[in-house]
Design a protein around this ligand. Structure first.
Ligand code: GLY
Ligand code: MN
Ligand code: MN
Length: 435
């Protein structure tokens, strides 16, 4: 375990909170039914600052002249380790993950008042978990009740997320490396699904190809519920049933990404089930692909977050005019939002530990106050067109839904698309050509 990237982030937080105290719990385990739990997923903020995988753990960072970083975690337990596997235990965990101290999680509640007493500010994700809000309030009240012995409760309660979200928005080298690896695995999964696809297969069979490739290559699993949507199911933006048969003359849209060491990839590809685009499918596909290329060209340091959405929108609006669905000008269509029946979502989002990652999109309320892109930010670019039956479209376009999504890193002089699943019509038809 190389704890340096995580320790560096803790040092940064300690530097920012002055003589304050920060408390960062990981996520609880959640019961699925009876004795079975959902697969455990740590809290992203906790992971960002520790890389520590066990549940029942809390980071306490104590700022000031005698700064300390304490990891509270489960103690060693022979019986539980026989059933559930290895536990580090506080001392070994502190050593392995670079904390100045390790303490048993069972002692946290009792120690919390003395840990926060006589520090100016307390930093926490207020409102995230009512149980934690109660614990913090109880600790503050305990300190206040003890004021005659000279203890002072922190006068300032600060939301730690404001600080951590800003840090997480710009990825460091360690994160970029993990995100590139997650993207490579997810790209291979999409290529595998394309290669395996045959008319008459079920959507869940393609989902299985993705899962196989993700796990085979060491990803933790899916980063979010995968969408495998044949035909008009592609027009349901969050379709996750994945249980229908794939008609040979339709397209299939797959939106799936894997998670690796906590980091998400997020890729969408749309391809013909029979391996060859029809003329109509190809026309729509090429419009969305051009929109994506225009959006990517608008991503560079200093550009507003909105700029790439606007660039995609112009190409999509022109495409809708060319298809005869809109009349008038591109500017007019954008002004009136006449494109919305067929393109109703934004062109992307921040990507990181969370698939819709943290970080402000706006810095203020004025139109020109969108966040400016900077090197190290990662985002998705995912334009689409959705011609669901009944949405005022001619018969020959009915049921065509296309989205193309890639993951992009803002670089010093532009951007890098770091996902690499087959994408052009020629590339897709080549992968799908069966010997
Ligand atoms: N897969 C979720 C999204 O594309 O935003
Ligand atoms: Mn997606
Ligand atoms: Mn996305």
């Amino acid at each position: 375990m190389n704890h340096q990237p995580y320790s560096r982030r803790r040092e940064f937080v300690l530097d920012r909170i002055g003589d304050g105290v920060a408390i960062i719990p990981t996520a609880p385990e959640r019961l699925r039914n009876r004795d079975a739990h959902y697969p455990y997923r740590f809290d992203s903020y906790f992971w960002y600052l520790s890389g520590f995988p066990e549940p029942e753990a809390v980071i306490v960072l104590i700022g000031g002249k005698e700064a300390r970083s304490i990891l509270f975690c489960r103690e060693k337990n022979d019986e539980r380790e026989i059933w559930d596997g290895f536990r580090y235990g506080p001392a070994t965990a502190a050593e392995a993950f670079g904390f100045s101290e390790g303490q048993p999680i069972g002692t946290l509640e009792e120690k919390l008042p003395e840990l926060i007493a006589n520090h100016g500010s307390l930093w926490h994700s207020l409102g995230h978990d009512p149980a934690w809000d109660r614990r913090i309030a109880a600790a503050l009240n305990t300190v206040r009740a003890d004021s005659r012995s000279g203890a002072r409760a922190p006068g300032e309660i600060r939301d730690l997320r404001a600080l951590l979200d800003e840090m997480r928005l710009t990825k460091d080298a360690h994160e970029i490396d993990l995100m590139r690896r997650a993207a490579d695995i997810a790209s291979a999964g999409h290529a595998r699904a394309m290669h395996a696809c045959r008319p008459g297969m079920a959507e869940h069979e393609l989902e299985a190809e993705l899962a196989y490739e993700f796990r085979r290559r060491g990803a933790d699993g899916h980063a979010y519920p995968p969408i495998v949507a044949g035909g008009s199911n592609a027009c349901i933006l969050h379709y996750v049933a994945n249980n229908r048969l794939l008609a040979g003359n339709s397209l299939v849209l797959i939106d799936a990404g894997c998670e690796l060491s906590g980091y998400a990839s997020d890729i969408t590809r749309t391809f013909p089930v029979n391996g060859r685009f029809s003329a109509e499918q190809r026309t729509v596909y090429e419009i969305v692909l051009s929109a994506q290329q225009a959006a990517i060209a608008a991503i560079a340091p200093g550009a507003s977050f909105l700029a790439y959405h606007e660039a995609a929108l112009r190409v999509l609006a022109q495409g809708l005019i060319d298809l005869g669905l809109l009349s008038g000008t591109v500017d007019g269509a954008i002004e009136s939002e006449a494109y919305k029946p067929w393109y109703m979502h934004r062109t992307g989002h921040w990507l990181g530990l969370d698939v819709h990652d943290v970080g402000d999109y706006r810095r203020g309320h004025a139109d020109d106050e969108w966040t400016r892109l900077a090197a190290g930010m990662t985002l998705t670019v995912e334009p689409g067109l959705y011609f669901r039956p009944g949405a005022n479209v001619p018969d020959h376009l009915h049921g065509i839904g296309v989205r193309i999504e890639d993951d992009v890193l803002v670089s010093d002089d532009g951007c890098t698309v770091y996902t690499n699943a087959p994408k052009t019509v020629a590339e897709i038809e080549e992968v799908m050509r069966h010997a």
